[in-house]
Design a protein. Sequence first.
Length: 693
Amino acid sequence: MTSSRKRSRSSRRKPVFRRLIVIGGAIGAFALVLAAWFMTSSTRRDPAAAEQAVERGNKLLDAHNASAAREAALSAVRADPGNAQAHLTLARAMLALEDGVGAEAELQRAIDAGYKPKQVAHLRAHALLLQGAEEKALAEADKAEPANRIYVLRIRARALASLGKLPEAFAALEEAARGAPRDADVWTDVGRLKLNAGDQLGAIRASEEAVKLDGGSLDALMLRGEMVRSQFGLVAALPWFEAALKRDPTNHEALIEYAATLGDVGRTRDSLAATRRALAARPGSAQALYLQAVIAARAGNGDLARGLIERAGPGLSQVPAALLLGGALDIEAADYEQAMEKLKPLVANQPMNIAARKLLAVALLRTDSARNAIDLLRPVIARGDADSYALTLAARGFERIGDRATAAQLFDRAAYPARNDAGVFAADDSTAVLAGDAAQRPGDPTTTVPLIRALIGQGDKAGALARAQDLAARHPGAPAAHLILGDTLMLMNRPADAVAAYRRAAGLRFDEPAMLRLIEAFDRAGQRADAAKVLALFLSQNPVNAAALRLSGQWQLAAGDYESAIDTFELLRTRVGDGDAALNTDLASAYAGVEEFEAAADFGEAAYALAPSNPAAADAYGWALYRSGDAAAAVELLQKAVMLAPRHAGLRWHLAQVYADLGRKPEARAEAQAALADPRFGDRAAAAAMAQS
């Protein structure tokens, strides 16, 4: 009975208690509303402050500092939420910072506060375009007032270009340029469109015109920096990005371009600092996190790099360089399925990306998909200049499927210390299919270049040359057109003619492929001094480029400038690490040249451990041991090197000298005579003396 009463009393108390909680909560919420009302009402009473902030924001926009303009406009909105001009200024700042969602919201608030929709239609079209709604952007642009025609034409051009309608996009910008020939924004858009269309020369000229018309325009400065970077080099581009950041120190896009350029120049700390500033400007920036991942990977911190890539999220799913890095990191972590998810679409979209093909082949081999790996590598190993790593991967694949004869041939090619001339990268489609594509889009480099490559692969060099010459004539501002012409001329053994084509390409875009091709053409044409000038110029602008450093070091080594070669190779080692057999081989030879035999032996041993079947590695290790006084240990390594590459005169000459020191004169004479059989062998006097002794 008592417990029943207790339950009854308790049940009667609960509804009263709940009502008290609800009432108390309502009072608390009302108090918060009152407090918020008092706070906002106090700011509403200061329209003068809002007007001043709007004026300040507009001046900052005119000075191309959109980040500071956004803060000023936000202050204006807080001071007077009903100020239509404040919302409009904030929307314009957000558009300049490529925040389409935020800009659209602020434009609606500006309309709610008094603007007519037609007055801001051009800006709303811009906001929709930034959100990827091209069709909606075009429809909205049609509603704009005639006074905003130039702005509308620019937005129309961007939207049409995004939809793949390049002729219509160019027509819109041509109309804009006629209507406003001194508008830097129009010329900046012209430059961007020409760049996307592959007209490098047109983009360069448009960027020059844009900065001439408005030297303070951040967009113009950014475009000019990108064009200078591709045309002249990394170092030359830095001042342009720095000039942009003087205008807007917290601009995310400028910080990203600056950080990427600093990283490629080798200024790692400055690059990291710039990425941190970018993250402060845009928390969670996928681009900044990717650049930090690159820095971590270069420093050998794979775990940190993977963590940064994961933090970046899906924002990097369409960035080829990020997919390549992510795939490499996944392979390092033995997550091969994840690596393949990244690398398969990359290879599909960029079939001539050899680095991606090799990484994907590694993942396939480690998941017992040897046949797929072989198919992936076939176009790479078909080239005369296929690198030893690709050849070794393919050989491992043939071993897995039981084709040991083909595997042995590939291992032999991988072991040989010299490569043949470059060949064409095989086309995936037939010549008939590619010819049909080219006929449908005559003069389009994206269809003509694959056709030319296919014609070369078929052996139709004359047909390929005719197509290449026509392409270069039609597209004088496209570097790819001149490169394919140069490639065709090189395959026809016309290096002097190829020099002219490669020079035109390098004059438009002086990147690694153009540099390497131009140097090879000069070298084969017997103009080594000109080749050296090209290499020196490229290194002055790209001081840590791995391909240029390797080539420079090898030339220094061949010239007997061992101290300089050591400096160059050691710098390269900081970029690529210790797992490069060829680099260790070169370091062993360079240190032996300055008689630092302990270091030479260490690097030679490292090279031999990485590639015991490589004759250059065996020779470098053996020569280092010989120079340190251990001829008995050296002779076996040098014999192995000669056995692996019997046609290499330099290896035979090393073995001849060791035989001579060991008193094995008949064998020394035989090796010296074998070296002399190669007309390219340089140390002929000493070898001839030994052969006659």
